[in-house]
Design a protein around this ligand. Sequence first.
Ligand code: FE2
Ligand code: FE2
Length: 192
Amino acid sequence: MIDSYKSLIRQGLSKKRYQHSIYVADECKKIAKKYGANVEDAYIAGLLHDAKKDVPPDELKLMVINSNIEAEEIELDTPQLWHAIASCQFARDELGISNIDILNAIRYHTVARPNMSLLEKIVYLGDISSADRTYNDVGKVRRLIYSNLDSAMLYVLKFVISNLLSHKGQVPSTTIQAYNHYLSVNKAQNLT
Ligand SMILES: [Fe+2]
Ligand SMILES: [Fe+2]
C-alpha cells in the first residue's frame, strides 16, 4: 500500500517536495514510536500531507471548492493553505483512505486547530521538524517534540503566528484558537 502511495504522489510532486514528503513520513514515524501512536498511520499521513502541493493554484482552488471540506474565509483567501484541503480530498477520494484521523492530520497540518489528536500533532510537528528543515530554531523544536508534544505545539504556533504578523499575513482563527488552547494546556501542566 505504502509503495503504491509513494509512486502515486511522486508523479505529481517535484523531486524536492517528494523528498520532503519522505522525510516528513520518516519523522512522523519516529515521533509516533516515541509516543505510542500508530506508526503506520503516522507514516501514511506524513507521506501524503503535501501530496497536492505542486498543483497550480487555479486547479487547487477548484479541488478545495469541490471537496466539500469546511474552511474559513481566511483559508480560502490564502493560496498557500489550499494544498492541505486538496491533499486530504485526494487521500479520501482518490486513495480511498477512510481513517478520519489520517484525513484530519493531513487537513490540519497547515492551520492547526485546538485539541488536536495525537496523530494530528505528530503530522503538524513532523512537517516542521523533518530532516530537510534548516531554520535557526529547528534544533530546539526537535528537542521540544521529544520532551513534550504540547509544549512543542505552543512553541511552533507562537513561531508561525509571529511570522505571519511580521509579514502582514492574515492569521486564520483556527490557528489563534489552537495557540490559545495549547497555551492553557501548557499552563495547566505548569510547562510555561
Ligand atoms: Fe504542507
Ligand atoms: Fe510539508
